[in-house]
Ligand binder design. Sequence first.
Ligand code: HEC
Ligand code: HEC
Length: 249
Amino acid sequence: MAVMRKLFARTLFLLVAGLCVAGVSAAPPKKAASKPVAPAEKAPAPAHAAPADEDKGKEINGVCAACHGEFGQGGKRGEYPRIAGQRAAYIKDQLKSFRARKRINIPMYPYTQERELPDEDIEAVSDYLAAIQLPTKWPEFKDSDDALTRLEAVEKVMIVPRAEGDIENGKAIYQKECFSCHGRDGRGRGKFPLLVGQYTSYLKKQVDSYLKGERPHDEEGPKGILNALGEKDIQDILAYLTSIQDAEK
Ligand code: HEC
Ligand code: HEC
């Protein structure tokens, strides 16, 4: 019952959020907006994608934005992962796994059903999100910027706080065991996900569910590379990943 109530509340919230989004884009720009959110021209522009698909992707992303943020930047310190700039092939895979319940994601399950998100919508929204380039430099603020404006701008930057750990040890393991799929720079390749710039708490949660066998990690079967590592090694890898995020691409 509590779950139903929560779902209902969430639906209502999304409806309202959706209406607000629709309202904002439909209404002519007003001189004095009541809430100083980032203006549209500051939005990171998707790089390449056919305009039609881009519009469609953007529209679908309106639903995702309620949890993952308007620009796919994620939120609640990693409860909602960043999905902007993630590999398109990987996003598509994950959306299909959520739908098929191969990867359990209760909050997202209703949004991934065929009726809500047919395959062509998965294509459009994944390509749209993958093309978003979040800034990797800290914003400069004016004295007049209030706390909310600052917080929202900072959350959009593709840099997460440094994680504790032995960076040298993390580097050694990562560059031996992980790079072949996740890339030397941690930005993924092909269908292998980007790890750099992702919230540490989220990555940690995923590693935990791989270790428990709740989510399959790679093609090697239930016992993979992560099972061979100790808790400290994993923490060190996470620390290393947060140390290379502002490196040049
Ligand atoms: C009700 C909140 C909610 C909505 C709406 C939502 N998501 Fe999510 N999403 C989540 C949560 C929570 C997770 C993390 C699940 C976990 O911890 O394993 C997630 C995870 C993901 C992931 C996996 C990221 C990764 O690195 O593996 C992708 C991709 C994703 N969402 C895409 C979308 C897209 C696209 C939409 C819109 C069609 C959407 N989400 C709508 C809550 C939501
Ligand atoms: C053989 C290829 C391969 C290797 C090597 C590999 N991974 Fe992965 N990794 C994957 C694949 C594939 C996924 C996505 C799995 C899925 O579909 O759920 C993934 C996902 C992840 C995720 C979750 C990302 C997200 O956004 O949810 C983490 C964290 C991760 N890997 C960490 C590591 C670490 C740490 C290492 C090295 C110790 C490593 N991986 C080595 C293939 C690999």
